[in-house]
Design a protein around this ligand. Structure first.
Ligand SMILES: [Zn+2]
Length: 86
């Protein structure tokens, strides 16, 4: 008779939760999502989720309303007009 124990199962299992304190614009509450195209000078504003708007020339666009921030187009092609809560 061999009294075998498998005691080593699941010991010393520690899951480390690392909370990175990243301060970026995504962590702040968005008041307004808006950009202005440098080419057609049209102000593009997203007021709600899936409210995808693009400028007149189609170079840049925004989406997300106040929930998230999506900008399409090159960052060099628009001026940032979005506002965040401080
Ligand atoms: Zn444009």
């Amino acid at each position: 008779m061999e009294g075998r124990n498998f005691n080593g199962y699941g010991k010393g299992k520690s899951s480390k939760m690392s909370t990175a304190n990243v301060k970026n614009e995504q962590n702040r509450k968005i008041n307004l999502i808006a950009i202005r195209c440098k080419y057609c000078l049209v102000k593009v504003e997203s007021v709600s989720i899936h409210d995808i708007k693009s400028c007149q020339c189609g170079r840049v666009g925004v989406d997300g309303g106040r929930e998230y921030l999506i900008r399409s187009g090159s960052i060099d092609d628009y001026w940032e007009l979005s506002e965040w809560e401080t």
